[in-house]
Design a protein around this ligand. Structure first.
Ligand SMILES: O=P(O)(O)OC[C@H]1O[C@H](O[C@H]2O[C@H](CO)[C@@H](O)[C@H](O)[C@H]2O)[C@H](O)[C@@H](O)[C@@H]1O
Length: 256
C-alpha cells in the first residue's frame, strides 16, 4: 500500500537506499511539471530547478518521459545525464536497432488516422506524433468521456497492434516491441553501475517502474492513486522540491 513519503518510515527507507552514485530518475509531466491544459505549456517548476541542477552534480540523474527527447529537453531547464523518451522507447542504449521497426508501426497508425473517419476526427482531439509513439489527447473533446470510450474501442483494433496505455486525458500508443519505463530504468542502472535507484512518477506508464517491485528501487508516486504499486506517495509536483532536497541532504552527507 502507498504511504506518505514525509513520514518516519519514508525517511528511514530513503536513508537506507541513498548512496553515492545512485541513479535518481524522474518522469516529467505531472512530476517535475504541473499538468497544463495544453501539452506545449508544460515546463519544469521553477522551484525545482536549483535542486535538480545540484543533484546532477552529485549523482547520475535521468528523465524518463512519454514525450520525445527533443521536446522534453526544451522544457527541462537542467541537464540530466540521461534523457529517455517515448515511454522508454527512445534513446535507450542497446535498443537502437529496434527503433526503425517501431517508427514503422507509428507511421502505419498515422496512415489509418489520415484515411479513416474515426473518432480522432472530432475537433478537440489532438494527435501528438513523437516518432517512437503517439499520444491521442482528448482533454479538449466536446465530450471527453464519450471520446475516451470511442477512442479506446477503436485504438485497440489498430494494426499493427499497439500497446495502449492510458494517462491524463490521453491514450498513448506504443509499439508492442518497445521497452517500457521499467526496462529503461533497469538498463540505466546497469549503465551507471549502480545498485540502487530513486524513481518518481505520476501516471500509468510510471507504473511500469513501480510494478518491478524491485527492492533496489525507491518508488514514489506523485498524486493519490489507490491502486499504485509504488510504496511512497506525495500529493503534487510542488512537493517535489522537498523530495529533491531530501535526496540532496543525504547525497551531500554520503559523498566520498
Ligand atoms: O511520461 P510523462 O513525462 O509524464 O509524459 C506523459 C505525457 O505527457 C504529456 O501529456 C500530458 O501532460 C500534458 C501537459 O500537462 C497535458 O496537457 C496532457 O493532457 C497530458 O496527457 C505529453 O503531451 C505526452 O506526450 C506524454 O506522453
Amino acid at each position: 500500500m502507498t504511504q506518505p513519503l514525509f513520514s518516519a518510515p519514508g525517511m528511514a527507507q530513503l536513508d537506507a537506499i541513498v548512496r553515492p552514485g545512485m541513479l535518481c530518475a524522474f518522469d516529467f509531466d505531472g512530476t517535475l511539471a504541473n499538468i497544463t491544459a495544453l501539452p506545449e505549456a508544460a515546463m519544469t517548476l521553477p522551484s525545482l530547478l536549483a535542486g535538480l541542477r545540484e543533484l546532477c552534480h552529485l549523482t547520475p540523474v535521468a528523465v524518463i518521459t512519454g514525450r520525445s527527447i527533443d521536446d522534453v529537453r526544451r522544457r527541462l531547464g537542467f541537464a540530466p545525464a540521461h534523457v529517455i523518451g517515448n515511454h522508454g522507447a527512445e534513446g535507450l542504449p542497446g535498443w537502437e536497432r529496434d527503433v526503425l521497426a517501431q517508427r514503422g508501426d507509428v507511421a502505419a497508425w498515422l496512415r489509418v488516422f489520415a484515411r479513416e473517419s474515426g473518432p480522432w476526427r472530432e475537433p478537440g482531439i489532438q494527435i501528438e506524433d513523437k516518432g517512437g509513439s503517439l499520444s491521442v489527447h482528448y482533454r479538449h473533446a466536446s465530450d471527453p468521456r464519450a471520446a475516451e470510450a470511442a477512442l479506446g474501442a477503436r485504438l485497440r483494433l489498430l494494426s499493427p497492434h499497439p500497446r495502449v496505455v492510458g494517462g491524463k486525458a490521453v491514450f498513448n500508443l506504443v509499439p508492442e516491441s518497445a521497452p517500457d519505463k521499467g526496462v529503461a530504468l533497469r538498463a540505466l542502472m546497469t549503465l551507471c553501475g549502480t545498485d540502487t535507484a530513486f524513481y518518481a512518477g505520476d501516471d500509468v506508464t510510471d507504473e511500469d517502474v513501480f510494478a518491478l517491485r524491485d527492492p533496489r528501487v525507491f518508488c514514489l508516486r506523485v498524486g493519490a492513486e489507490p491502486d499504485s504499486a509504488a510504496d511512497w506517495q506525495v500529493d503534487a509536483p510542488a512537493d517535489m522540491r522537498a523530495v529533491v532536497q531530501a535526496l540532496l541532504a543525504r547525497l551531500r552527507h554520503s559523498a566520498p
